[in-house]
Design a protein around this ligand. Structure first.
Ligand code: UD1
Length: 342
């Protein structure tokens, strides 16, 4: 007997595909929608291969309200996980309207449909980016958010606020925002993983593409920060652990166990890792050498951010478990598989 059905927007994406797998493995049924704007049908095939069965998938753009209404008419579910969004910080600076349009319209459409169809629970993909350059570390959910430094980051803050206000105003609506730290890695099967288009902005895809010979060398952005080795500190969370945090949050919502109508959880490991440490571990566990150069700081980077995860550990009963070495092996296994490297 399966538990209830969950609608997953952006379920073909990096975090969405891993979460789809985790939810089905936990006994949920899923309806996945995606417009493939930054993902591919192959991700759905990978998910189905891992699960050994077909899943319900519809190619839908969440910005298209009528198409989205059709999904709500055709399928019964109480919970929605909303991943579908653009996520490139630099692009959001160059094309802010594209980001506000897509990320906010799609989110508001989802909330509006939930209201219209009386569907109660929504889980929103937020980001540690809302903390900006925090005054105290590690950050707890109470650490004040800093003004967003990019339109992308601003869409996360605004969507959090929309969710908070709607949960307050609409009696039936309950919301959880998960603030992801730095998701990395891939499913142990190497059938799904991160698939950035063009030149990757994030560190680990750049690392794996450099190891694969697609990029000549990695640039380390700054080694003059006030950190132990001078490079930035981040909280790298394995994408499979991150997916399981969604299952814990959905369990909490569907069991009607929420303490507040709108709750926020940090999803990280709680351990800071520097850029150089990450590179060195990657080289060691995968037995290879990465060409890299130290260059200047990247504008907009904060020196350090990592999570206090005690609230999520206690309330969600969830904890990051996968050792960093395994995550780095999985990231490389995935890159090798998609590039046909032996
Ligand atoms: C970035 C975004 C953040 C977004 C997140 C999504 C910025 C400023 N922040 O976080 O808003 O939510 O991605 O995953 O873009 N690094 C290098 N060389 C590289 C790439 C990165 O040294 O080629 C360093 C960065 O300086 C940083 C660390 O690696 O210290 C992690 O970078 P990245 O993976 O881009 O994540 P964030 O910047 O933390």
């Amino acid at each position: 007997m399966s538990k209830e059905t969950v609608l997953i927007s952006g379920g073909a994406g990096y975090i969405g595909s891993h979460t789809t797998v985790a939810l089905v493995e936990a006994g949920y049924d899923v309806v996945v929608i995606d417009n493939f704007s930054n993902s591919e049908a192959g991700a759905i095939e990978g998910v189905e291969k891992i699960l050994g069965r077909k899943i319900t998938f519809e190619k839908i753009d969440t910005c298209d309200k009528d198409a989205l209404r059709g999904v709500f008419e055709r399928h019964q579910f109480n919970t929605v996980i909303h991943f579908a969004a653009y996520k490139a910080v630099g692009e959001s600076m160059a094309e802010p309207l594209k980001y506000y349009q897509n990320n906010l319209v799609s989110f508001m459409n989802i909330v509006e449909m939930m209201k219209e169809f009386n569907r109660p629970s929504i889980l929103f993909s937020s980001s540690a980016t809302v903390y900006g350059d925090a005054e105290t570390l590690p950050v707890t959910e109470q650490t004040p958010r800093q003004p967003a430094t990019s339109p992308y980051g601003n869409t996360k803050q605004i969507a959090e606020d929309i969710l908070r206000d709607c949960c307050r105003a609409y009696e039936r609506l309950y919301g959880i925002a998960l603030r992801y730290f730095n998701p990395i890695g891939a499913h142990p099967s190497a059938l799904i993983g991160e698939l950035p288009r063009g030149v990757p902005n994030n560190l680990l895809p750049f690392v794996t593409q450099t190891a694969a010979g697609i990029r000549e060398r990695l640039s380390v952005f700054g080694n003059d920060y006030d950190t132990p080795d001078g490079t930035c500190l981040r909280d790298y969370i394995d994408v499979v652990d991150l997916a399981k945090a969604h299952v814990a949050a959905v369990d909490r919502m569907t069991a009607g166990k929420m303490d507040e109508k709108y709750e926020i959880f940090n999803v990280g490991t709680g351990s800071p890792v520097s850029v150089l440490e990450l590179l060195t571990r990657f080289e060691a566990v995968n037995d290879l050498k990465l060409p890299y150069t130290i260059v200047g700081r990247r504008p907009g980077d904060v020196p350090a951010v990592w999570a206090d995860t005690s609230y999520a550990n206690k309330v969600l009963g969830w904890k990051a478990e996968r050792p960093l070495d395994d995550t780095l092996r999985a990231a490389w296994a995935w890159e090798k598989r998609i590039r046909n490297i032996k």
